[in-house]
Design a protein around this ligand. Structure first.
Ligand code: IPE
Ligand code: IPE
Ligand code: MG
Length: 243
């Protein structure tokens, strides 16, 4: 776990967040406003992901974690859930070669058992294919819920304690049992669409993150919006409890 100021990178006069996490919200409203089905918004949202992923390395962002589907999103209609799963499959199939060639390391967090086996296979394959890449660490949260992750991590930790691997657990021990093991903590969490809640996203890892809430709907969110938010991040005074 990284809470120190070194987590961010000084670039010129401003500080850049090393790890940005995004709650990509507003796809449904974007489509509904235009009289289109919600899935059209999700498709447009996936196009935005491609653009933002490509923009990150040049903006000094080394880690990008995006919230694509929450443990609560199963409550949506079967049509919407299946449509989203199809978008995830297509994204991986179509982007695999490009991401691998562009130096992107792709990983997933969240519980996988509930996902379609074909999607699980694609996820494992692209993780393996891009494991050696270092230009950008892209992590996609699918069937992700912060409480679910903490619970699964706690069970893993209990097992390690029972097996005598660990005697008295530390914060780092729990971090090592999370899906995000090996990831630095996010410096900045952005939520689009004007909602000002965290919706079960990275509650453990974002304990000391800065937050930005923007009214822009995710399908309208461009690299220029991201650049403006990153500039504002540079003006923040992160004290981590110090003075
Ligand atoms: C975010 O957009 C994408 C997912 C949650 C899968 P929404 O689908 O939540 O869009 P709104 O919030 O209904 O506009
Ligand atoms: C959070 O958005 C989940 C994702 C962006 C994947 P939601 O739209 O599902 O969250 P709520 O319902 O506004 O809390
Ligand atoms: Mg939403």
């Amino acid at each position: 776990m990284v809470l120190a100021k070194e987590a961010s990178v000084a670039s010129g006069a401003t500080t850049r967040p090393r790890h940005v996490a995004v709650i990509m919200d507003g796809n449904g409203r974007w489509a509904t406003e235009r009289g289109w089905p919600r899935l059209v918004g999700h498709r447009r949202g996936a196009e935005r992901v491609k653009q933002i992923v490509r923009a990150c390395p040049d903006m000094g962002v080394d880690w990008l974690t995006i919230y694509a589907f929450s443990t609560e999103n199963w409550k949506r209609s079967t049509e919407e859930v299946l449509g989203l799963m199809k978008i995830f499959r297509r994204y991986i199939e179509r982007e695999a070669v490009g991401l691998a060639g562009e130096g992107v390391r792709m990983r997933f967090i969240g519980g996988r058992e509930r996902l379609d086996p074909k999607l699980q296979g694609l996820m494992a394959a692209i993780e393996a294919r891009t494991a050696g890449n270092t230009r950008l660490n892209l992590t996609v949260a699918i069937n992700y819920g912060g409480r679910d992750e903490i619970l699964r991590a706690t069970n893993r930790l209990a097992q390690k304690i029972a097996q005598g691997e660990i005697s008295s657990a530390t914060e780092n021990d729990l971090s090592d049992c999370m899906d995000t093991a090996g990831h630095p903590d996010p410096d900045l969490v952005i939520r689009t669409s004007g909602e000002t809640r965290t919706s079960n996203f990275l509650p453990w890892q974002a304990a000391y993150a800065e937050y930005e809430f923007t009214p822009t709907l995710w399908p309208d969110f461009t690299p220029d919006h991201l650049a403006a938010i990153l500039d504002r991040f540079g003006m923040r005074d992160r004290r981590f409890g110090g003075v």
